[in-house]
Design a protein around this ligand. Structure first.
Ligand SMILES: Cc1ncc(C[n+]2csc(CCOP(=O)(O)OP(=O)(O)O)c2C)c(N)n1
Ligand SMILES: [Mg+2]
Length: 630
């Protein structure tokens, strides 16, 4: 019998040796899939994965400060790399592991790859309960890591070393699949991590995972072309899939050839340059007047790489044409079928290329195109108007966004996630290249901003990375400033302090609740004061600039718009992560432009303001579409 060669190593050593030899290839370009491993060690991973990482320094280990944050960094890295490269994340058992659950949900919702390796309780069980173990009287087959199941695209627990042989190929299939990607969780019992096994040598061979450009069904493509030719007012909704598929050049050709205008989702902003005459900018709840006007009367919506979140569809009120139909180009069948669409299940590049050929000679009606171009021009003027507001004494958020946009290099990356910034940025940011606008808005997770900025900078060290973050998000997670300094990745953090939650404050007022619980102020007469308290409310003695300085960042404190502009210029001379701190107005907001977002309002209340908000909600609720007609 032929003896096949084996390699006797621990499970953790096998895991790292396997990961470092995984490659992806798209369009003939091959690269290693993993950029390394973020981690925080504890007793649940130090002797296993920790030992393996020390032994194999070529698979670079990065020390994070918080497990949730390291998953954000990993995810932002993958997003910046258009999902062609990713990170592994190792944690101890218990709280180190569950800290990653939020990151896992964020990755899966945003369809971004990350490999999570939480440590787990002993598989041999004889010393249970171990430190940090969740005991159950019903089963010994439960640990806190089961909480990763619903937020992972693939979940497994490796209770014998040889299970890696079947688990890792599945993990790679999911991570490198444009349709199925998300968080992959392999729970690793601490004893099994250290157990040796004679793995077949072939397991450690270089593997190349090809990322395909699948093409849709030909008959459906022809039908789509026919629908487009029949349409009077077609509209493209550009989603994240346009960017991940690197289909932005093709989209521009599609728009130039057909005259069809484009509205962009949060993940899709940058699909078309902001100054293209048929770019209508943001669509939906945080959309522009241009995109929302065109959407309202569109009879054919061509969704490309979008999952149609409630923000994109204004909670299904954005499209009001009685006979509106949808064509969805998407790698994921799940998304392609949404809104009873004609599903073109395929890669955005491959599909647009074929569709273009089928649409030879077709152009939308000139009046329609002219209307779209006119709306584009009017919108650009509105952006400029908001950029040019000079509010006193505190500057407006809109003018600060304008300054960052205008004074940052056109090839910079702006990273943001939660608060009032995403809505304002979606409308106001002038995206000059597909990676210019990095918004995490699938999970809109406070705390993503700085950690995500780090991941983005690691993926694109040649670009300036601007992190735009509110005081609430900053307080929730600022830890990765330290990691950015440790690793020499300079972030430019723009910290906008408005003493609490501007976003939820304004939402609260719109619901008749006076901003209750959204201000960072001292209790007044035993309760936390809301917006009606005015100047009676006393702000907290928190010094966020000093906080950032204490973490090692270079800090520039600004009071006025002029200070802010100077700081944006001075920031290029600093040698490390730098924070531009400025207070801004809590109440001055950017308006909505013909949009709505469904937030449930109390059906009965003793408060007349709440009753009024409910009546308004009922009016809008009546406009919600189910798209059964298409
Ligand atoms: C982890 C998390 N918790 C809660 C929320 C709900 N939420 C959305 S925005 C927001 C306030 C954000 O405050 P800040 O960062 O200061 O931004 P601002 O609204 O002031 O612009 C909250 C609590 C969230 N998105 N994420
Ligand atoms: Mg705030």
């Amino acid at each position: 019998m032929n003896e096949r060669p084996t390699r006797r190593v621990t499970m953790a050593q096998a895991l790292i040796a396997f990961l470092r030899n995984q490659y992806v290839e798209r369009d003939g370009v091959k690269q290693p899939f993993f950029a390394g491993c973020f981690g925080i060690f504890g007793h649940g991973n130090i002797a296993g994965v920790g030992q393996a990482l020390q032994q194999m320094p070529e698979f670079r280990y990065y020390q994070a400060r918080n497990e949730q944050a390291m998953v954000h960094s990993a995810v932002a890295y993958a997003k910046t790399k258009n999902r062609l490269q990713a990170f592994a994340c190792t944690s101890s058992i218990g709280p180190g592991a569950t800290n990653m659950v939020t990151g896992a949900a964020l990755a899966t919702i945003n369809r971004l790859p990350v490999l999570l390796l939480p440590g787990d309780i002993f598989a041999r069980r004889n010393v249970a309960p171990v430190l940090q173990q969740l005991e159950s009287e019903h089963s010994q087959d439960i640990s806190v890591n089961d909480s990763f199941r619903p937020v992972s695209r693939y979940w497994d627990r490796i209770t014998r070393p040889e299970q890696l042989l079947t688990a890792l190929p599945e993990a790679m299939r999911i991570l490198t699949s444009p349709a199925d990607t998300g968080a992959v969780t392999l729970a690793l019992p601490q004893d099994v991590q250290t157990e040796a096994y004679a793995y077949p040598e072939a397991f450690f061979r270089e593997r190349v995972w090809r990322v395909p450009r699948n093409r849709p069904d030909r008959g459906m493509l022809e039908q789509a072309a026919a629908w487009i030719r029949e349409s009077k007012r077609p509209l493209v909704v550009g989603g994240g899939g346009v960017i991940y598929a690197e289909a932005t050049d093709l989209l521009r050709r599609f728009v130039d050839q057909t005259g069809i205008p484009v509205g962009e989702s949060m993940a899709g902003k940058g699909s078309l340059r902001y100054d293209h005459p048929l770019c209508l900018g943001a669509i939906g709840a945080t959309g522009t007047l241009a995109a929302n006007r065109i959407a309202r009367d569109s009879d054919l919506v061509i969704g490309i790489g979008t999952r149609y979140s409630d923000f994109t569809t204004s909670s299904k009120t954005a499209f009001q044409h009685p006979d509106v139909r949808f064509i969805n180009i998407n790698v994921a069948e799940f998304d392609a079928f949404k809104h009873f669409a004609l599903p073109l299940v395929g890669d955005a590049q491959a599909t647009l290329a074929e569709l273009l050929t089928l649409l030879a000679g077709y152009h939308v009606d000139e009046n329609y195109s002219a209307q779209a171009r006119q709306l584009h021009t009017e919108w650009d003027a509105e952006v400029q108007r908001i950029y040019d507001v000079r509010n006193e004494p505190l500057p407006s958020q809109g003018e600060l966004i304008g300054a960052v946009n205008e004074l940052s290099s056109p090839d910079a990356i702006m990273v943001c996630a939660a608060g009032s910034l995403p809505g304002d940025l979606h409308k106001l940011w002038r995206a000059r290249h597909p990676k210019n606008y990095h918004m995490e808005y699938g999970y809109s997770c406070m705390g993503y901003e700085i950690a995500g900025g780090l991941g983005s900078k690691m993926a694109a060290p040649e670009r300036d990375v601007y992190v735009m973050v509110g005081d609430g998000s900053y307080l929730m997670m600022n830890s990765e400033i330290v990691t950015s300094i440790q690793e020499g990745y300079k972030l430019i953090i723009v910290l906008l302090d408005n003493n609490g939650f501007k976003s939820i404050g304004s939402l609260s007022r719109s619901l008749g609740q006076d901003g209750f619980g959204t201000r960072y102020v001292f209790p007044l007469n035993g309760v936390l004061p809301d917006d009606t308290a005015g100047t009676e409310a006393q702000t907290l003695p928190v010094d966020l600039a000093a906080n950032a300085r204490s973490l090692g960042a270079h800090v520039i404190e600004c009071k006025t718009y002029a200070d802010f502009v100077n700081a944006l210029a001075a920031i290029h001379t600093t040698d490390r992560t730098s924070v531009i701190y400025i207070q801004n107005d809590r109440y001055l907001g950017v308006p909505g432009y013909g949009s709505w977002w469904d937030v449930a309002v109390a059906e009965v209340s003793t408060n007349p303001q709440v009753q009024a908000a409910r009546t308004e909600w009922e009016t809008m609720r009546a406009q919600v579409r189910s798209f059964l007609e298409g």
